[in-house]
Write a protein that binds this ligand. Structure first.
Ligand SMILES: Cc1ncc(COP(=O)(O)O)c(C=O)c1O
Length: 357
């Protein structure tokens, strides 16, 4: 690849030349055997990554498409949106814009969703659907999924819609064992694919809810996805380039080995954490609830973040994020998702040292 500015933003991330080559393979038709063989090939690997025996669906949309679809297919008498940052907060807005009855379980940005607070809210009996973001990308908070799922197990009629957009394939998440009803992710984070594509899986309980739901529409109808997948197809013409790229990436993932991949993400994340401590910065996310795939650094040193980000790009061709939404300039975020290694992350941190000197 020619010299370009390399992304260390928490999505999109750098896409390798190998993945781009797969993305731009010659086109095939989406109703023929070639496509069915492609879907057949990737499906068991996707099920392993999701930790599910349920079908895994391919959506030609960014993650928000499936997030909105989940609302349309599943929301019933009351939706509780667990909110701890920009993406999880937005879910309430999207639910209300979709005409649904939704309420907030809000915690301060930087804090995690606590299972006791969730339990209290659910005990009101007002809700039959919960939205949760596993890894809140705007704040770098990793919510305690096993504990939250344990609490939800007390409420067997409640559907859990889980966004794993910035944690999927960077850490282990067992959809079936945890009792997750919809698990969704996007292409441009730890999978290191081009943006504009997403993956999701739906539990039997959620399908039963969707069957009773009116106005599911067409493009994002979960039942349509299920029907088409039974024949190794998608409801509409998919982004076939993304699926070629996904096939190539899945081969790499299974060559590396899942445990090795998770361990690599933990190690590169550890390097960033060490750097934050050594340089006298603080973490924005509270201790014990910090993401393994990105780090949100608090600007306690009062540096000019925008100028640091600009110099890193101009002088080193590396791109980091200067903080999301209301955290712009108050934080910066470093991603260790995707193909990054100790070598590439150390290089980023060395360049940051240079710029900060
Ligand atoms: C946790 C999380 N959820 C959802 C989204 C939305 O993804 P998209 O813009 O690809 O639809 C993002 C994007 O960064 C995210 O980080």
């Amino acid at each position: 690849m020619t010299q370009h500015d390399k992304l260390f933003t928490p999505g999109p991330v750098e896409v390798s030349a190998k993945t781009m080559a797969a993305f731009s393979r010659p086109m095939i038709g989406h109703r023929g055997e070639d496509f069915k063989n492609l879907y057949r090939d990737i499906h068991p690997k996707l099920q392993t990554l999701f930790g599910t025996k349920q079908p895994v669906f391919l959506s030609t949309s960014s993650a928000w498409g499936v997030m909105e679809a989940s609302i349309r297919n599943l929301s019933g008498r009351g939706m509780l949106c667990c909110m701890c940052g920009a993406f999880s907060d937005k879910w309430l807005d999207v639910a209300r814009r979709s005409g649904k009855n939704a309420e907030a379980l809000q915690v301060e940005w930087g804090s995690h969703i606590d299972q006791k607070g969730l339990d209290l809210a659910l005990a009101s009996g007002k809700f039959d659907t919960v939205t949760l973001i596993h890894n809140e990308t705007s704040t770098g908070v990793l919510n305690p999924l096993p504990e939250i799922c344990c609490t939800l197990a007390k409420y067997p009629d409640i559907i859990l819609i889980l966004d794993t957009v910035s944690s999927f394939s960077g850490m282990k998440i067992d959809m079936d064992a945890l009792g997750i009803d919809v698990m969704l992710t996007g292409s441009q984070k730890a999978l290191a694919l081009p943006p504009g594509f997403s993956l999701f899986s739906v539990s039997a309980k959620a399908f039963a809810r969707a069957e009773k739901q009116k106005d599911r529409g067409y493009y994002f109808d979960f039942l349509e996805f299920r029907k088409q997948q039974e024949n190794w197809m998608t409801p509409t013409t998919p982004s076939i380039g993304h699926i070629f790229a996904l096939q190539s990436k899945l081969d790499e993932i299974f060559e590396e080995g899942l445990e090795n991949r998770y361990a690599r993400h933990a190690r590169t994340n550890g390097l960033v954490h060490d750097w934050v401590k050594q340089t006298g910065f603080d973490f924005f996310a509270e201790e014990a609830f910090r993401s393994k795939t990105l780090t949100c650094v608090a600007n306690n040193r009062g540096i000019d973040i925008l100028s640091m980000v600009k110099r890193l790009r101009d002088e080193h061709h590396l791109v980091i994020d200067p903080g999301y939404g209301k955290l712009r300039g108050k934080t910066f975020r470093l991603s260790n998702m995707g193909d990054e290694t100790e070598h590439t992350v150390s290089h980023l941190l060395g360049c940051l040292d240079d710029v900060l000197r």
